[in-house]
Write a protein that binds this ligand. Structure first.
Ligand SMILES: Nc1ncnc2c1ncn2[C@@H]1O[C@H](COP(=O)(O)OP(=O)(O)OP(=O)(O)O)[C@@H](O)[C@H]1O
Ligand SMILES: [Mg+2]
Length: 204
């Protein structure tokens, strides 16, 4: 791998991301605290999972960068030239925030309706490009039709919104769930479970 420092986008907890020929390469790197054999299995599994779920989500009509597995630990994908939602959201006008919340609700509804649980729904894993809200980082996801898994997925999102978007989180959440309920037929079951998860947490 020959990298210029300037090509590297991020050296994350788990992966190195860099630009190559106009696209983006995400390569899962070895973690020295893991037993080597386990480390390799985890990197392989997450890479495969991510590539598979990205395609599945894209086919379900969600904006996801077009991607291919280009190695055991490597995915090459389209580079989305937009703004990471985590950084962009707080500075937007209320009307724009509402639009974004509705897009988030619609995206999660589409994923869950397709049986895709993302596993790390945070605004760091969403990129806004014009009017299009892209979702990335599917390595912790899975295919599941279980209400519990979907409720857990939503709970993660809820916590992410509260922690990164303090002050607007209540309004954001209301608008997210409003659209989620409209667009996803099993949403009320998921929301009932969501409430239970909240109670379980509070009584711990
Ligand atoms: N296709 C893409 N186009 C543009 N930017 C991207 C793309 N994929 C990832 N990024 C940028 O790189 C960051 C890390 O990507 P990703 O979330 O997939 O990796 P990660 O190892 O899980 O990182 P983290 O631990 O921060 O979540 C994203 O938050 C985003 O800013
Ligand atoms: Mg991420």
């Amino acid at each position: 791998m020959h990298l210029n420092k300037s090509d590297i986008i991020q050296r994350g907890a788990e992966a190195v991301l860099y630009r190559q020929d106009g696209r983006l390469v995400k390569e899962r790197v070895s973690k020295s605290y893991r037993i080597p054999q386990l480390d390799e299995e985890i990197r392989k599994r997450r890479t495969k999972t991510e590539a598979r779920l990205m395609e599945k989500a894209r086919r379900s009509g969600v904006f996801v960068p077009k991607s291919e597995m280009t190695g055991k630990y490597t995915i090459t994908m389209d580079y989305i030239d937009g703004a990471k939602l985590k950084d962009a959201l707080n500075g937007m006008k209320p009307r724009e925030q509402k639009e974004v919340a509705e897009k988030i609700g619609a995206v999660v509804a589409a994923l869950h309706a397709a049986g895709i649980v993302h596993g790390d729904l945070t605004t760091s894993n969403m990129i806004l490009k014009g009017k299009e809200l892209y979702v990335i980082d599917f390595g912790l996801g899975k295919t599941s039709h279980k209400v519990e898994d979907k409720a857990t997925d939503l709970f993660l999102l809820y916590e992410a919104i509260i922690s990164a978007h303090y002050g607007i989180s209540e309004e954001m959440w209301k608008n997210i769930i409003n659209i989620y309920m409209q667009k996803y037929s099993t949403a009320s079951e998921v929301m009932q479970r969501f409430e239970k998860i909240g109670k379980r947490r509070r009584y711990k």
